[in-house]
Ligand binder design. Structure first.
Ligand code: DAK
Length: 259
């Protein structure tokens, strides 16, 4: 399938996925979801790519789901749209490599939800966040009611979702929705540096750390610790564990092989 709304670039070990539909502020329609499905699938399989950046063209990261497409959906069509969206967002969340959202502008509704399906959010000082769905007569539908409270706490999530208010990047930083705020012209450099730092670590250890954190956020601490012990043990059957420790002892640079 030809990509019409997404630009996929690969720079050494990192991939940059840019949602490119600026005339509608990158709002997500079913075509974009299908393209994201394909791109994420490809990046999951690509062993050379060890970190992924997601961003948008122009003044928006993603200004939500496409309201003009949703306006006339019946409930079956709405359900199909939601199923595809949630599948794509979960693929992103479960990808065995770090995914960083470089939030360049509006991240509203489905756009805020897309950023929350990423592991880390770095925002431009011009970014704006919010879940304005209740003002359109709908609830957040791409995981906002689930991921927002996990990130910022129940009370703050309820305040944002029930009011539909839009907050700026500094407020998003204050409440823990984003990791860092940088000037717009520094955003991609900052995010690429972080992505490259992650891509330079032992990939299996990064992947297993991500799995342990994600699993631990959904279960009781004893189950989480037990899963951590399991993935820790798995590391000792990798070549990269031998290499990482040998390089430290020998005081030399390490050379990980993703094995
Ligand atoms: N959808 C469609 N078009 C959009 C759009 C959107 N979400 N956001 C902006 N646009 C379009 C505008 O209509 C306009 O198009 P033209 O009039 O030029 O043809 C163009 O982008 C530029 O927008 P503005 O002229 O409005 O630009 P401004 O700078 O004045 O304002 C804004 C920027 C971001 C404040 C404003 O555009 C805005 O309020 N946009 C809507 C934001 C919003 O309400 N987002 C939440 C959408 S609801 C579901 C799962 C998930 C969802 C739904 C269902 N299921 C499980 C089924 C998710 C829902 C949402 O995300």
């Amino acid at each position: 399938m030809e990509l019409k709304n997404i630009i996929l670039e690969k720079e050494c070990k990192i991939a940059i996925v840019t949602i490119n539909r600026p005339k509608a502020l990158n709002s997500i329609n079913s075509e974009i979801l299908k393209e994201l499905d394909i791109v994420i699938d490809e990046l999951c399989e690509d062993k050379e790519i060890l970190a992924v950046i997601l961003t948008g063209t122009g003044k928006a990261f993603v200004a939500g789901a496409d309201i003009s497409e949703m306006e006339n959906l019946n409930s079956d069509e709405g359900r199909r749209f939601g199923i595809l969206g949630n599948k794509v967002f979960r693929m992103l969340e479960n990808m065995g490599k770090p995914v960083i959202a470089a939030v360049n502008g509006f991240a509203l509704g489905g756009g805020c939800e897309l950023s929350m399906a990423c592991d880390i959010r770095i925002a431009s000082s011009k970014a704006k966040f919010g879940q304005p769905e209740v003002g359109l007569g709908i609830t957040p539908g791409f995981g906002g009611t689930q991921r927002l409270p996990r990130l910022v706490g129940e009370g703050m999530a309820k305040e944002l979702i029930f009011s539909g208010k839009v907050i700026d990047a500094q407020e998003a930083l204050r409440i823990g929705l984003v990791n860092k705020v940088v000037e717009p012209e520094q955003l991609m450099d900052e995010v690429k540096t972080l992505a490259n730092t992650m891509a330079a670590q032992a990939p299996i250890a990064v992947k297993l750390s991500k799995a342990a954190i994600s699993r631990g956020m959904q279960c009781d601490i004893d189950s989480g610790i037990s899963y951590e012990a399991e993935v820790f043990a798995q590391c000792f059957s990798t070549e990269d564990q031998k290499e990482g420790m040998a390089a430290f002892i020998d005081k030399r640079d390490k050379c990980f092989k993703n094995r």
